[in-house]
Each structure stands twice: as structure tokens, then as C-alpha cells.
Write a protein that binds this ligand. Structure first.
Ligand SMILES: *Cc1c(COP(=O)(O)O)cnc(C)c1O
Length: 503
């Protein structure tokens, strides 16, 4: 009895749909024109303020699923290879390092993967993050472009990295792992994983690149405040570290060396697993909450990006923002121009070779096909520590090869100039890494101004720079040098790439 009227009602609804579509549709499902009409009818409630600066979603709009771009790739991703056999690796090869749930995500082909409820619950601490229209920056530039940015600096650790640190800690905890070990360059990943470890009552050990360990005492203090243990790398705790120190007692360390140390500790301790903050497929997928939210927020703003810019170190914040948009395009949606902004001193996408290479210096990791400067390449010192990695995420590299994304490289002075203009107009001090995306967005906006076009630009502001004020001080006192990498050293590192017959 009760079922019939409901059914009839539903039928009624669809029967009258053409006439009263706007009334029947749920708010979230309204098309942009429908929303405009509704807004005109109800000016007080629904109309977009003509100068609305930020677009905010309620906690219930935190995505329920991550987006996996593997499902939409026109050409499959080249597989990772075992460093010994040079055959594609299987799940068992990775089992000493990662929990099975994450290994399965690494190879998953499903378009969407459910976000566990305990992870969504922690995401509620800072997600959804705000999307802003940069009116003040646009005005300062005198540009005809519209600029939007998605801000991930509102997370407790100050960047996008907790988006993956939390699920990684969760899946490890579920499989009974007690300790996590990792590496960190500038300290952002180490502090994010330390926070996630604290939330799930797990021990966290972080090998921090020695030069940063000495230069960034506050990041170390942040890790310790969360209960993490931070060790300068190279250290005497591992064979990899001891070997490096034997050859060079004054080694400043590198991300590649720190990864070797962390992987060794995980591989030799049964209760310990490894966690990586970027590069891997599952890490990039966890970050897609950024882009999924941004799509909905751009709808709120009655806009859609023509150009999207993100900075790339290992590629995770870039992928997180852009992959959901690229996925829509691959499924027949609007084409977007996607720009990866990287440092001129460590330019893997613009100057690297697309080849199989190791992820670390001691060659303990699988071989992955990526844009690489060679695993022995040592970039010159510059301030965006999170971008000092010799390789690039295989998925980001693959999209570059397929022509779905572009890349540009900027010097650090050009980036800090952009960062300061942003701070003085929009108020937020960008992380040194994020200034690369700001530079890219500003360049696109200035190009639009020069050509009389008015594109909609969206960029990723992946973190704030509150722990990096020394870098801003150096820039403001004119002390920053645009050091170029050593061309001969790059060629030597590339000559040392592993020879893979199948390439
Ligand atoms: C770690 C970090 C990066 C670089 O990593 P990706 O994986 O390329 O995102 C960039 N920006 C910030 C703020 C970071 O903490």
C-alpha cells in the first residue's frame, strides 16, 4: 500500500520533468543554467555574490571515493620492474614494504575507490578545503583572466600531505603494523606522517635529509611534538647510510639516500612498514580529494577552468588537483590545458629522460618508468626542498608522454617574486614549492592580458610557508642565487641509467 503512491509520485515527477525541472531537481544536481534561473527567483538565498571570494563546501561534501585515473588512461601505464629480474613486479614483491590494501590500490583499475569512514572522519578536521577567487591578484596584474586557487594549507600540518598520510597510517594500522618509517626532505612529509601516526597511535621514524635537518629545526620540532622520531640522513643506523658516510663523512644527504635508509629499515623489521609521501599511484589517488572538491566548487562559482597549474616535486599535489579534471576530459568532457610547474634547478619533466630508473640512490626500490634526471643526480641547493627529487611520478610522466599535460620550469627568484606578490594581494604566504604554481598562474594571466583573452585559471596552493620564512628573508635581502644544475653531472647521471632491453 505504501509503495504504490511513492512509485506513482516518482513517475509523476519524471512525467512533468520538462516543465518544472528546476523545481524538482536537487540543489546539488542542478545544472549551471538551472541554478542561475533559481537564483534569479530567490535573490536573497541562492544568488552568488558578485564578488564571492571563497567557495566553501560542508563536511558532508567531503568525497566518499577517491578517483583512479588508471581506469580512463587511453594507453596503459608501463609496469614497475623488479630490480633483479627486470620482470614486472607482483604484489608479493612489495609486501615487505607496504600493507596489502595499499598494494592493491597501487595496481587497481577501478575508476573509484571507497574512502574508509575513519579516514573521512579525520579529513573532517580540515576538509573540504576552500577554493578562492583571487580578485586582488587579478587586479594587481591588470589581467583579463579569472584566477581561482584551491588552498591545502589549512590542514594541521600546513600542506596537502596529510590527505595521504592519514589513509596510509589507517591501512597499516588495520593490518597490524606498529611502526612506520619514511624519509623527508624539507620536513613536510615527515610532519604529516608523524601527525597521522599520533592519530592512529603508531610509532613513526623519519630520516630527514641532513642539510634540512640542520637548517629547519622547527620542522624537526613539529615531528617531535607529534611523537615522531627524526634522524639526520645519512645516519649510522643503516647499511645504506654507513656506506655513504664511509665515502663522504660530510655528506649533506639527499632524498634518494634518505629513501634508501627508510626502505632498508622497513625491509629488515617485520613490525615496520614504509610510507612514501609522493610518486606512487596510490599516493596520487589519495590526493584526488583536492580536485573532486574543486570541480564542485568551480560549479558553485559558475566557472570551469581553461588552464590548471600545479607544482611538481614527485607529482602528488599536481595529480590530486588535475587528475579529476583530466579524467572528465578523457571521458568526453571539456578539454583543459594542464601545466606542471617545476624548479629550473631540478627539472625532471622538462629536461629529464623518460626511462626506467630507480627511486633511490642505493637502488633498493623497483624500477619505474618516469621522467628522471638519474638517481645519482644531485640538484644544487635551492629553497623548495619538496621539489628536489630526481624523478617524477610514473602517472604524471605518462600523461606528459601522451600530450595530456605540459611542463614549465622556473627559477627560484622568479618564484619568490610571485610568492610575495601573492602574499601582498591575497594575504597567504605560499610554501616555496607552491610559489612555482603561483608563478605559472601569473604567467598565464599575463599572457592573457597581452593577447586580450580572458581564460579561467585554476591553480593549486598546496601549502603555506610559515616554516620557510628564512627563504623569504633570503629573497628579500637579495641573497637568493639562481644556481643552475651542472650539465656535465646531469649527463653523467643520465649515462648511468639502468639498461632495460625492452625499452
Ligand atoms: C611535498 C610538497 C610538495 C612536493 O610534492 P608533490 O608530491 O609534488 O606534491 C609540494 N608542495 C608542498 C607544500 C609540499 O609539502
Amino acid at each position: 500500500m505504501t509503495k504504490k503512491p511513492v512509485k506513482a509520485k516518482a513517475k509523476d515527477k519524471s512525467a512533468v520533468k520538462p516543465a518544472s525541472k528546476k523545481k524538482a531537481a536537487k540543489p546539488m544536481a542542478r545544472s549551471a543554467p538551472a541554478r542561475k534561473v533559481a537564483a534569479a527567483k530567490k535573490p536573497s538565498a541562492a544568488r552568488l555574490s558578485p564578488h564571492q571570494r571563497k567557495f566553501i563546501l560542508g563536511e558532508e561534501r567531503i568525497p566518499k571515493r577517491w578517483y583512479n585515473i588508471m581506469a580512463d588512461l587511453p594507453v596503459p601505464l608501463p609496469p614497475p620492474l623488479h630490480p633483479g629480474t627486470l620482470k614486472p613486479i607482483g604484489p608479493d614483491d612489495l609486501a615487505p614494504l607496504f600493507p596489502m590494501q595499499l598494494i592493491m590500490q597501487e595496481v587497481a583499475r577501478d575508476r573509484e575507490i571507497d574512502i574508509p569512514e575513519p579516514v573521512r572522519d579525520i579529513y573532517r578536521m580540515w576538509r573540504p578545503t576552500p577554493l578562492y577567487r583571487a580578485y586582488a591578484l587579478e587586479k594587481a596584474l591588470g589581467t583579463t583572466a579569472k584566477i581561482y586557487y584551491k588552498y591545502e594549507g589549512v590542514s594541521p600540518a600546513g600542506s596537502h600531505k596529510p590527505n595521504t598520510a592519514v589513509p596510509q597510517a589507517f591501512y597499516n594500522k588495520e593490518e597490524g603494523v606498529r611502526k612506520l618509517v619514511t624519509e623527508t626532505g624539507a620536513g613536510q612529509w615527515g610532519s604529516s606522517l608523524s601527525m597521522a601516526g599520533a592519530l592512529f597511535s603508531m610509532e613513526v621514524k623519519v630520516f630527514m635529509v641532513k642539510v634540512s635537518f640542520n637548517q629547519k629545526p622547527y620542522r624537526k620540532a613539529l615531528m617531535q611534538s607529534y611523537g615522531g622520531v627524526c634522524v639526520a640522513s645519512p645516519s649510522l643506523e643503516t647499511n645504506a647510510g654507513r656506506q655513504i658516510l664511509a665515502a663522504d663523512p660530510n655528506s649533506n644527504g639527499s632524498l634518494g639516500i634518505a629513501i634508501s635508509e627508510a626502505v632498508e629499515v622497513a625491509a629488515t623489521n617485520p613490525d615496520t612498514k614504509y610510507a612514501l609521501g609522493s610518486v606512487l599511484n596510490h599516493v596520487l589517488m589519495h590526493q584526488t580529494v583536492i580536485g573532486i572538491e574543486a570541480i564542485e566548487q568551480m560549479q558553485q562559482a559558475n566557472a570551469y577552468p581553461d588552464i590548471i597549474v600545479g607544482c611538481t616535486g614527485g607529482g602528488s599535489n599536481f595529480a590530486g588537483l588535475t587528475f579529476p579534471f583530466i579524467g572528465k576530459q578523457l571521458r568526453g568532457g571539456k578539454k583543459v590545458r594542464v601545466i606542471a610547474a617545476e624548479p629550473a634547478a631540478c627539472p625532471s619533466l622538462t629536461r629529464g629522460r623518460y626511462a626506467y630508473d630507480f627511486g633511490d640512490t642505493s637502488h633498493l626500490t623497483p624500477l619505474v618508468k618516469m621522467h628522471t634526471l638519474g638517481s645519482t643526480f644531485m640538484p644544487p641547493g635551492f629553497h623548495a626542498g619538496g621539489l628536489r627529487y630526481h624523478g617524477m611520478a610514473p602517472l604524471v610522466s605518462h600523461l606528459k608522454e601522451l600530450g595530456l599535460i605540459e611542463a614549465e620550469a622556473y627559477t627560484q627568484n622568479a618564484c619568490f617574486e610571485a610568492g610575495l606578490l601573492f602574499a601582498r594581494t591575497e594575504g597567504i604566504i605560499p610554501a616555496p614549492e607552491a610559489t612555482h604554481a603561483v608563478r605559472g598562474a601569473i604567467n598565464a594571466a599575463l599572457h592573457a592580458k597581452a593577447h586580450g583573452t580572458s581564460p579561467t585559471i585554476l591553480f593549486g596552493l598546496c601549502g603555506h610557508g610559515h616554516f620557510d620564512m628564512q627563504a623569504y628573508m633570503d629573497y628579500m635581502s637579495g641573497k637568493l642565487e639562481d644556481k643552475s644544475y651542472d650539465q656535465a653531472a646531469l649527463e653523467a647521471a643520465l649515462a648511468g641509467l639502468p639498461q632495460i632491453a625492452a625499452e
